[in-house]
Design a protein. Structure first.
Length: 351
């Protein structure tokens, strides 16, 4: 396993980070425990979860993933072996997260409620990296910006200023409930704004940004990669396999039994015009190079200089072993050139 420094902290996290969002819905508690046992044995010391999980989000399964991690910590007595990341939800209309039954906002009251509930489910008294899952402010994220109206950029009347958010996060850092702060689904402007506001004494500095990044979506390279490297706010790349589409298993309309798109029909982000052509070319290139398509796609993410960790997720042990095994794959200069050539032609079909 390889390890990289998390932001400007003293933490060294494994390049492969264990994603957990299927536990409590697609995966049972026992399966979650088996995955964590195997990952830790392979040198993976970084786990990522969220109060929202399992995914797809719904009231019945909310918090189930954190509870599974918590029961593993209790059974194994190994909390000190893991660098644990979780997330507080951003602005949403979902009414099942908070005790008052209202929509979610990133304000002091909700931040305190969220972190206390996560700590209880996780059966720990601290979270190493606490991330804002998505912004409080209105902004287009997680899809093609052209699908959003201009209203997506208009601040809502009750928007919580970034300074106030940081003040609240600073309080829970001082209380010892979290060690460090991170962002997720954020823009270059948002990241720089958080960094600027954190210069006020007592406010925590963001150490990472968790955004989607894969061969089908290299938009992070346009502006955020420079921020990540110059400001030491490294990327925690999620969806590096584009929800499994880069394995090739969904090509030609295939819907394997038990696969996420088959079960939940939530793969529209990776079914955009041009996506099938791009996936076909990347899968063909992997096979031409004698590589597993999943491992090639993951090795590409692993090798980027602005990436701190690559968040992999699996529903089977076979998938998990393949994904973690990508750490041993080194892409040749010739293969990287071919990947870049495809990218020049197909662009980012799945932003």
């Amino acid at each position: 396993m390889q390890y990289r420094r998390l932001g400007r902290t003293d933490l060294k996290v494994s390049v492969i980070c264990l994603g957990t969002m299927t536990w409590g819905q697609q995966n049972s508690e026992a399966e979650g425990h088996e995955q964590m046992d195997y990952a830790l044995d392979q040198g993976v010391n970084f786990f990522d979860t969220a109060e929202m999980y399992a995914i797809p989000p719904k009231a019945e399964t909310q918090g189930s993933t954190e509870r599974i991690i918590g029961s593993w910590f209790k059974a194994r007595a190994n909390r000190d072996k893991v660098i644990l990341a979780s997330k507080v939800v951003g602005r949403s209309a979902n009414d099942w997260f908070r005790d008052d039954g209202g929509p979610t906002r990133v304000n002091r009251k909700q931040i305190f409620e969220a972190v206390d509930k996560s700590l209880k489910r996780l059966q720990t008294d601290y979270i190493d990296l606490y991330q804002l899952h998505f912004p409080e402010r209105a902004m287009p994220w997680g899809s093609n910006p052209t699908r959003f109206s201009k209203a997506a950029y208009e601040p809502p009347e009750d928007e919580t200023p970034i300074a106030e958010q940081l003040d609240a996060f600073g309080e829970i850092v001082k209380a010892g409930k979290i060690r460090h702060l991170g962002l997720s689904n954020e823009s270059a402007w948002g990241t720089m704004s958080f960094l600027a506001e954190s210069k006020v004494a007592g406010r925590p500095r963001v150490q990472s940004i968790q955004n989607a990044y894969s061969l089908l979506n290299r938009t992070f390279e346009t502006a955020l990669a420079e921020v990540a490297m110059r400001e030491h706010v490294g990327l925690l790349a999620y969806s590096p396999l584009a929800q499994g589409y880069l394995t090739g298993k969904y090509l030609d309309g295939a819907r394997p039994a038990g696969a996420r798109t088959t079960l939940f029909d939530r793969g529209q982000r990776y079914e955009t015009p041009g996506s099938e052509t791009a996936i076909t070319r990347y899968v063909a290139l992997a096979r031409e190079a004698g590589l597993d398509p999943a491992q090639m796609a993951l090795a590409f993410v692993n090798s980027r200089p602005f990436v701190t960790a690559n968040i992999i997720g699996a529903t089977t042990m076979e998938q998990l072993k393949t994904d973690i095994g990508s750490i041993g794959i080194v892409l040749s200069a010739e293969l990287e050139a071919k990947l870049d050539a495809i990218h020049q032609e197909v662009g980012n079909p799945c932003p």
